[in-house]
Design a protein around this ligand. Sequence first.
Ligand code: ATP
Length: 239
Amino acid sequence: MSHVLELSQVDAYYGKIQALKTISLEVGQAEIVALLGSNGAGKSTTLKSISGLVRPRNGSIRFMGEDIGKLAPHEIVERGIVHVPEGRHIFGGLTVRENLELGSFTKRKDHVFVKRTLEHVFDLFPRLKERERQKAGTLSGGEQQMVAIGRAIMSGPKLLMLDEPSMGLAPIIVQEIMKIIKRINAEGTPILLVEQNAKAALKLAHKGYVMETGQITMQDSAEKLRQDDSIVKAYLAYH
Ligand code: ATP
C-alpha cells in the first residue's frame, strides 16, 4: 500500500527534554490510524511535529512523497494536512457558520468549493445546520467538537489529524463523533487519530500504534490490538 504520511526515526525535544524518541509510523491513503497511550506519552507532540509546530531534530517526515520536515506550519497546511488540536479552539463569539467558513479561508475565492463543502459539512453534522446562526460558545461540548471537525473539513484536507476528539464527552456523543470520523474516512480522507479512549479508537481504526514515554512500544492491526492482553489491561479496562 502506498503511504500518504511516513515518519522515519523522528526525534523531538522541548529544550533538553526528549519528547519523541525515534518515532516511525505510516498512514496509508485509505486508513484510520490510531495513536494510543497515556498522558504525556508524546501523542500530541507527534501531531505537532507533523504540522510543523514542533521541529524534529532528527529523522524525516514525508507527505505524499515530499519531505515536509523543514516546512513552516502554513506551508504544511497548504499541502493539505489539517490538525484539529486538543481542546477544540473554536471561536465562541462567532456563529457556527462563521467558524466553519473560517476553515475554508485559503479557498475563500472559490465560492463554489466553499458552498459545496459547507453543504457537505451540514450533511455530516445536521445538528450544526440547525444551529448555523447560533454563537459557537453556547454549544455543548460535543457540538463544539463537531464545529472543530467541520471547520477542518472546510479546507478540503488530504490528511486529517484529530487530537483526542472524545475528550470530556459523554459515551453516546463519543459514538456519534466516531461514526462521523469513520464516514469522513470512507469518503476518502486518511485520518491520524490520537486517543486516550483506546476502546473507541480501535473500534474504527485499521491499525494502531501505542506510545509510552516518547517511544512507540507496539504496533499492529486494530483487530490484533483489541485482543492484546497488555493493551486491554493498560488502556481498555478504564473505558
Ligand atoms: P496528553 O494526552 O496529556 O497531551 P501526550 O501523549 O499527547 O499526552 P505530549 O503532550 O506529547 O503527550 O507530551 C510529551 C512529553 O513532552 C510530556 O512529558 C510533556 O510533559 C512534555 N511536553 C509537552 N509539551 C511541552 C512543552 N511545551 N514544553 C516542555 N515539555 C512539554
